[in-house]
Design a protein around this ligand. Structure first.
Ligand SMILES: O=C(O)CCC(=O)C(=O)O
Ligand SMILES: [Fe+2]
Length: 401
């Protein structure tokens, strides 16, 4: 798997096909369902703590075996077996305009704990996005073209100063997606300790009086507001959740009356329906994040599953009335101020095959769709069977059972 011998002056290694395409697709599904604005302009991120905070802790499970494999590989490669803790794990996507200049990953006083970096590429240069080449300033290899499944591991210090070219392209460029981890020798920076505390607060304690639910609970709206200039500028931009639904060909419909001037700040926490072209799907989702998870799941798995197409029933959808269309326009005028911008930031999947009947059937019947392999986990908070992991999708949840 390893590409080359390691250079002493620049300890780094490329691991081809470290992840399978299925693993990459699964992480892509999670990112497209859950991401918020990231730490730099035109960057989106999904951290594990964010998944817990939004009641989507079950979506951490697919990360766990990958983290372990990466940590082992880093320890073996750099000769520090059993010494490392994972400091950070996150999915990071870069859209048009994003780039980063020469830097080392420990180049701030508060980042000094970072000893090793692992970047796994979840999609491919030239196919899924344009630009975004990775360069090391010195030593070999110099330039890395991200390819789905490949990973690069390197020391986070000045021996591995690197940069990433700007993502460009109008039409063909989608997001450049990575799984990025940092590892530390300093056990006080163990991400797991923080995650377990968060899990206790957000999940375990709740189960005393409230039944555990897999329905997502969105974070605050400003975490989902994308603006090309400044994260908080509400005059221009779009809500990431509505933007991603738009890229899949969906609009968002709220049945409640919206008088001009009424306070709509809580709207995106409320139950809603999806519309597609001139049709309104009759099911009510708990909130827009829930509908996004179901829609992304469908485009990831549902449309390809033979089981669905064998069992097509007529889904329930009605033609949008004029007043319903107007409400959709009104919601879009607030939360999707610039659809052109959405289309340049998120690649449209609307060209993918979509079947309303299977979408509804899948959502209604709670089918078990996906089988993963042998994932056991210490972070597992649901009464899951250790071993195979299944995704279950229904109106009430996308979960792993
Ligand atoms: O995504 C990459 O290839 C590297 C990103 C990077 O340099 C960073 O996040 O520090
Ligand atoms: Fe970096």
């Amino acid at each position: 798997m390893a590409d080359m011998e390691m250079e002493e002056d620049h300890p780094r290694l490329i691991l081809h096909n470290f992840l399978t395409e299925d693993e990459c697709k699964e992480l892509e599904f999670i990112h497209k369902s859950c991401s918020t604005i990231g730490y730099r302009p035109n960057v989106f991120s999904t951290t594990l703590s964010h998944l817990i905070a939004t009641n989507s802790a079950h979506l951490i499970i697919p990360f766990l075996p990958i983290r372990d494999r990466l940590k082992e590989k880093v320890e073996e490669t750099f000769g520090c077996e059993y010494e490392l803790v994972t400091e950070f794990t996150g999915l990071i996507s870069w859209s048009r305009g994003a780039s980063i200049g020469w830097h080392s990953d420990d180049n701030r006083p508060y980042l000094k704990q970072r000893d090793f970096t692992a970047v796994c590429y979840l999609n491919s240069y030239g196919k899924d996005f344009e630009g975004g080449l990775f360069h090391f300033q010195d030593g070999e290899p110099k330039t890395i073209a991200p390819m789905v499944g490949d990973a690069v591991i390197y020391t986070s210090d000045g021996r591995n100063t690197h940069s990433v070219d700007e993502i460009f392209g109008q039409v063909t460029s989608g997001e450049r997606l990575t799984l990025t981890l940092w590892f530390s020798r300093d056990s006080s920076h163990d991400e797991d300790a923080k995650l377990i505390l968060l899990l206790e607060e957000n999940v375990l304690h709740k189960s005393n009086n409230v039944p555990w639910s897999l329905l997502p609970l969105p974070a605050s709206d400003n975490m989902y507001w994308f603006s090309p200039h400044q994260a908080s500028n509400q005059d221009i931009g779009f809500d990431i959740r509505l933007g991603r639904l738009h890229a899949l060909g969906f609009d968002v419909y709220y049945s409640r009356d919206m008088n001009f001037g009424s306070d709509l700040s809580e709207l995106l926490m409320e139950p809603m329906q999806l519309a597609r072209r001139d049709q309104l799907l009759d099911h009510k989702f708990v909130n827009v994040l829930h509908s996004l998870q179901v829609a992304q799941f469908y485009f990831w798995k549902g449309c390809k599953s033979q089981a669905f197409t064998n069992e097509v029933q007529s889904g329930k959808a009605v033609r949008l009335s004029r007043s319903q269309s107007e409400k959709i326009t009104q919601v879009n005028s607030i939360f999707l101020k610039d659809t052109k911008l959405v289309e340049t930031v998120f690649q449209s999947a609307d060209r993918c095959y979509f079947n309303l009947a299977t979408f509804l059937l899948q959502s209604l019947n709670g089918k078990i769709i996906h089988v993963g392999v042998n994932r056991d986990t210490m972070l597992c908070v649901r009464p899951v069977q250790l071993g195979d992991v299944f995704y279950k999708i229904s109106w009430t949840a996308i979960g792993i059972v």
